[in-house]
Design a binder for this molecule. Structure first.
Ligand SMILES: Cc1cc2nc3c(=O)[nH]c(=O)nc-3n(C[C@H](O)[C@H](O)[C@H](O)COP(=O)(O)OP(=O)(O)OC[C@H]3O[C@@H](n4cnc5c(N)ncnc54)[C@H](O)[C@@H]3O)c2cc1C
Length: 469
């Protein structure tokens, strides 16, 4: 007993192999964000034995940070609000938003199955009862908690509770370092480093759900040099490990230069202000107190427009009417980065923009709302005139937000090698994959992606594990 304790202590101190901890399972999953947890719950429910490894001290990853919502078309919740939508319209919006660079097979699967993901999450106890509009979507299809609450924390809460209820073996502080190959070239487990040192998890199938690389600025700038030194909205674990591991195993990576900046992030590494704020009515105003662009354009275009303004920044501007419409703003308005004014003069002084220009901007915007036509910038949705004090403004600038490229998969989440052949036993889902979002991701589509393809990965890995010899 004493010897074993000393061996574990040495292993932990020096990171040496500790075969005593080696484990065997049907399916091992790398990453306990939304994609990994979805795969784990589904595979377990089909009858597989599952181990999930998570390198951070707690599950959630970038999924926990998601604020705006989860897109799905033709849900009963949309229909209850009288919204006509369809998978075809979601497919068109997603392809157009991604500049038609997306893999249509994946977008078709996403558009047709996102509604099942909403049903599944509701059945697991998630609250996704509010439905709103996000930029680039032609219909309100963004599902989120009642009152417009934060979606990611709710999705992780529901999935993690489901994993706990099912007693799924989830190992935190455990980093996957390598995917293992058997004699037939199939993925057959992973090598990990946990609190007690290195060991091996043997498995019949491996699911990579380790997220993107937005927090690895060297890797980001390696693909897109102009993003060197940009701050990020991502959690610190989004360093691209899954991509690098899969690449080393022989997987093909696609669209790696497609990296999205989110236009509305508080400067110097601050908080991301969800797109739902613009969706519910906020406008963008520059240092001259003027609107300058259609706020509901896609993220790449809005980011580029902000970078052309004085100081490469702008203000998100909204009123109390918009604030009350979106629970997610309750926290924003308490933060020091938000300035508040009971009149346009007062807020203009705090924003340090010319008051006359701001008043003229708001008068012109109010007229556009009344006329239901934004002739100047072509904004399609004009839900409120923004004329109810108090007024709020938040200074924002773009930051690295989403890495659209990654492991090449098909709709069964099978991973391709560089020769276009499926790698046996290896599956991938979520931000670690490429092809779903093409050249630009629409807000709300990543949450749909991770649950839909995470669920599919659980199912496909289960089938493979039953067939594998
Ligand atoms: C601030 C913010 C707001 C967002 N808002 C929205 C939104 O409103 N709607 C929307 O659709 N999308 C949104 N997104 C995008 C979306 O949340 C992410 O793309 C998505 O959650 C990624 O899910 P995932 O499961 O693929 O990865 P993650 O949730 O990042 O999970 C991956 C997990 O893998 C772990 N991991 C990594 N490497 C290893 C390793 N070597 N070993 C073990 N574990 C490892 C990570 O620690 C992490 O926990 C937002 C993103 C951010 C950052």
């Amino acid at each position: 007993m004493k010897k074993a304790v000393i061996a574990l202590a040495l292993a932990a101190a020096f990171g040496v192999a500790n075969a005593a901890q080696d484990a065997s399972t049907d399916i091992v999953i790398v990453g306990a964000g939304g994609a990994g947890l979805s795969a784990a719950v589904e595979a377990h429910d089909l009858g597989a034995k599952v181990i999930v490894v998570e390198k951070m001290a707690f599950p959630g990853g970038n999924t926990t940070r998601a604020a705006g919502g989860l897109n799905a078309a033709s849900t009963p919740l949309q229909q209850a609000k009288g919204t006509y939508d369809s998978p075809e319209i979601m497919f068109y919006d997603t392809m157009k938003g991604g500049h038609w660079k997306n893999n249509p097979e994946l977008v078709r699967y996403l558009s047709e199955h996102a509604k099942d993901s909403v049903d599944w999450l509701l059945a697991l106890g998630a609250d996704l009862h509010d439905v709103g509009l996000m930029a680039g979507a032609s219909k309100p299809r963004t599902h989120r908690p009642t009152g417009g609450g934060l979606v990611g924390a709710e999705v992780v809460r529901a999935l993690n509770a489901a994993a706990e209820q099912r007693k799924i073996d989830l190992r935190v502080n455990t980093r996957a370092e390598e995917i293992l190959k058997n004699g037939k070239g199939a993925a057959a487990g992973i090598r990990v480093k946990g609190p007690q040192g290195e060991y091996t998890i043997h498995s019949k199938a491996v699911v990579i759900a380790a997220g993107g690389f937005g927090a690895n600025n060297d890797m980001v700038a390696g693909y897109v040099p102009r993003l060197k030194g940009f701050s990020t909205t991502n959690h610190p674990g989004a360093t691209g490990d899954g991509l690098l591991m899969a690449q080393k195993f022989g997987a093909n990576l696609i669209d790696m230069k497609e990296i999205q900046t989110h236009p509305t992030v508080v400067p110097n590494g601050g908080e991301m202000i969800t797109e739902a704020v613009r969706g519910n009515g906020a406008i963008l105003v520059n240092a001259e107190g003027k609107r300058f662009y259609n706020e509901l354009e896609t993220r790449d275009n809005v980011s580029a427009a902000i970078l052309k303004q004085t100081g490469k920044a702008a203000f998100l501007f909204f009123d109390s009417d918009m604030q009350k419409s979106l629970k997610a703003t309750n926290n924003y308005i308490k933060q020091p980065y938000t300035v508040t004014g009971n009149s346009l003069d007062e807020i203009a002084a705090k924003m340090k923009v010319p008051a006359d220009a701001l008043k003229a901007t708001m008068q012109e915007y109010g007229a556009a709302v009344s006329a239901k036509a934004d002739k100047k910038f072509g904004r399609a949705s004009l839900p409120r005139a923004l004329n109810k004090a108090p007024f709020y403004a938040i200074k924002v600038t773009p930051a690295v937000h989403h890495t659209m490229g990654g492991i090449q998969i098909n709709a069964k989440t099978q991973v391709f090698d560089k020769q276009g052949k499926v790698i046996p036993g290896l599956f991938a889902a979520g931000e670690v994959t490429g092809g779903v979002h093409g050249g630009n991701r629409l807000g709300g589509n990543a949450q749909a992606d991770i649950v839909t393809f995470g669920h599919a990965a659980g199912e496909q890995a289960f089938i493979y594990s039953r067939l594998a010899k």
